[in-house]
Design a binder for this molecule. Structure first.
Ligand code: NAD
Length: 305
C-alpha cells in the first residue's frame, strides 16, 4: 500500500483529496496546523494526523522519517489573497520557508517517488484569453509570488534528487467546506441569512471555477503518472463565469430572484477581468475530464444548507 503525506490535508481542497486517496487504496497521513483547516473535515485516525506547523522543520524531519511516504502532496499554505496582502511576512514565511522545510524533509526519505505541489493561477499575468502552462509568468501579488517561489524550489529539488516533481496550478476551486470567504461562500453566507438582496464587489470579472471533487480526481491521476520528471499542469474547468453568472446560477436553483448591490468597499482596486485555464495538457496526459458543472456544484451546496 502506497503511503501519502498530505500537508494542509484538513483544508478546503485537502478535504476533497484525502477521502479520494483513502478510497483509492492509499495509506494517507495529514500534516496540518489547523489554522484554516478543520480536523472534522476529514475522517482520519489520530495516528495518521499530525497537528504540526510546516515552519517547524525538526517536526517535519521526524514525521517524514517515521511515515517514510512514497508520495508527498504539499497543499499547506496561506492562500486567501486579501489575507496574504495584509500579512505578507506570515504568508511568505509559510508559503516559502514552509515549502523549503517540506522539501528538505523530503530529501531525507529514501523511498520517496513523487512530490506534488499546489501552485496557483495567480502566477500568471493579466490575460484576456486562456493561459496554458507555457504562458509567461508574472504574479501580481505576494501570494502569487510566494507560489512561484515554491515552483522554483520544487524545480531545484528535482534537479538535486531526480524525484518526480509535479507543479499543479489550481484555478478557482469551489465546493463544500470552503475555509476562506471567496465569492461563492460569500454569496451563500448572505443568502442563508434569508436575504435576497446581496452585496458584492465587481460583477464583471470572470473566473474559471472548478469543483473540488473534479480537482481531487485530477490530483489522483497526476500522482499516478509514471516517469513524470519535473512537469507543470493547469487545473481548471476550462470555462469562465462572471460574478453575475454565478448569482444567476443560485437564482435558477433557488427559483427566486436575487438582487445584487455593488458595495464600493467590496470592489477590489486591482482586479483581473479574466482568469481562464487551458487544460488541454492535463486532459491529454492523464485522460482526466471534469464531471461537475457550476449548476450541479451550486445545487449540491444548496442541498446541504
Ligand atoms: N482554493 C483555491 O481556489 C485555490 C486556488 C489556487 C491554489 N490553491 C492552493 O491550494 C492549496 C489548498 O488551498 P485551500 O483552498 O484548500 O486552502 P485552505 O486554507 O483551506 O487549506 C490550507 C491548509 O493548510 C493548513 N496550513 C496553513 N498554514 C499551515 C502551516 N504553517 N503548517 C501546517 N498547515 C498549514 C491550513 O490549516 C489548511 O488546512 C493551497 O496551497 C492554495 O494556495 C487554492
Amino acid at each position: 500500500m502506497q503511503k501519502v503525506i498530505v500537508t494542509g490535508g484538513a483544508g478546503f481542497i485537502g478535504s476533497a483529496i484525502v477521502p479520494k486517496l483513502q478510497n483509492s487504496g492509499y495509506d494517507v497521513y495529514v500534516v496540518d496546523n489547523l489554522s484554516f483547516g478543520n480536523r472534522s473535515f476529514i475522517n482520519i485516525d489520530s495516528g495518521n494526523f499530525f497537528h504540526v506547523d510546516i515552519r517547524e522543520v525538526n517536526q517535519l524531519f521526524e514525521i517524514f522519517k517515521v511515515v517514510s511516504p512514497d508520495i508527498i502532496i504539499h497543499l499547506a499554505a496561506i492562500h486567501f489573497i486579501p489575507y496574504c496582502n495584509q500579512n505578507p511576512f506570515e504568508s511568505s514565511d509559510i508559503n516559502i520557508r514552509g515549502t523549503i522545510n517540506v522539501l528538505e524533509a523530503a530529501k531525507k526519505i529514501t523511498n520517496l517517488k513523487k512530490v506534488f505541489f499546489a501552485s496557483t493561477a495567480a502566477v500568471y499575468p493579466i490575460s484576456d484569453s486562456s493561459v496554458s502552462e507555457i504562458h509567461p509568468l508574472l504574479p501580481l501579488d505576494i501570494y502569487g509570488l510566494s507560489k512561484l517561489a515554491g515552483e522554483r524550489l520544487l524545480h531545484e529539488f528535482y534537479l538535486e534528487t531526480k524525484i518526480d516533481s509535479i507543479v499543479c496550478r489550481f484555478f478557482n476551486a469551489f465546493g463544500p467546506q470552503e475555509t476562506n470567504p471567496h465569492l461563492i461562500p460569500e454569496i451563500e453566507r448572505q443568502l442563508k441569512s434569508g436575504v435576497r438582496q446581496i452585496e458584492l464587489g465587481n460583477l464583471t470579472p470572470k473566473r474559471d471555477f472548478i469543483h473540488t471533487y473534479d480537482m481531487a480526481n485530477a490530483v489522483l491521476k497526476l500522482i499516478g503518472l509514471s516517469n513524470a520528471g519535473y512537469d507543470t499542469f493547469n487545473l481548471g474547468r476550462g470555462i469562465e463565469y462572471s460574478v453575475t453568472e454565478i448569482v444567476e446560477s443560485f437564482e435558477k436553483i433557488l427559483n427566486e430572484k436575487i438582487e445584487i448591490i455593488v458595495a464600493p468597499e467590496r470592489v477590489r482596486k486591482v482586479e483581473r477581468m479574466h482568469l481562464l485555464a487551458d487544460v488541454s495538457k492535463l486532459k491529454e496526459k492523464t485522460g482526466w475530464e471534469p464531471q461537475w458543472t457550476i449548476d450541479q456544484g451550486i445545487e449540491d451546496l444548496i442541498s446541504n444548507w
